[in-house]
Design a protein around this ligand. Structure first.
Ligand code: F42
Length: 144
């Protein structure tokens, strides 16, 4: 079992602690928005360590859509590179935990459809897209 390295960002690390520590009954929304969050567990592509990243819960049938928005910051979140290197993840959605396989969405049509699904779940994604020059990475997590 590899070492778990918590996020260096206080509020993110704290959300993971409360969410996982409660078994998925507490800390499951983004601050006071009431909008649901999932926890993605994967490996770091350099350290091989276990990483845990809260993301907004965007569902498309049985799949989860992962959006690398990072609030519209100019650079991609690091987890994007981890998932490109190794697409094997666990997703915690409340009290349920699933083994899933992640792939990045390149096809323009698929991306456009999934982007709309993501914005319907979390409208600020559209502001984040307008705020940044980069193309925000979108991944699909499918049951492994
Ligand atoms: N971020 C999003 O991009 N989209 C969301 O929908 C989203 C929702 C959300 C909801 C709740 C919440 O608490 C946070 C939310 N976030 C969302 C923020 C998200 O959880 C991440 O904090 C954010 O996307 C930044 O991700 P990051 O991977 O860049 O995190 C940084 C702060 C980080 O952990 N950096 C580590 C560090 O030590 O600096 C690096 C970790 C790492 O993976 N290292 C790799 C390794 O091998 O271990 C090496 C990677 C490399 O290539 O160097």
């Amino acid at each position: 079992m590899s070492e778990y390295i918590p996020s260096p960002t206080d509020w993110v690390r704290e959300q993971v602690e409360v969410y996982e520590g409660s078994g998925g009954t507490d800390g499951t929304t983004l601050r006071d928005t009431g909008l649901p969050v999932i926890i993605v567990t994967n490996r770091g592509n350099r350290t091989g360590a276990i990483r845990k990243t809260p993301l907004m819960r965007v569902k498309d049938a049985d799949n989860y859509i992962l959006v690398g928005s990072r609030g519209g910051a100019p650079t991609n979140p690091v987890w994007v590179y981890n998932l490109r290197a190794d697409g094997s993840v666990q997703i915690r959605d409340g009290t349920a935990v699933y083994d899933m396989r992640v792939r990045e969405v390149d096809d323009a049509e698929e991306r456009a459809r999934l982007w709309d699904v993501a914005v319907a779940a979390f409208p600020p994604y559209e502001d984040y897209r307008n705020r940044t020059e980069r193309v925000i990475p979108v991944f699909v997590a499918e049951p492994a």
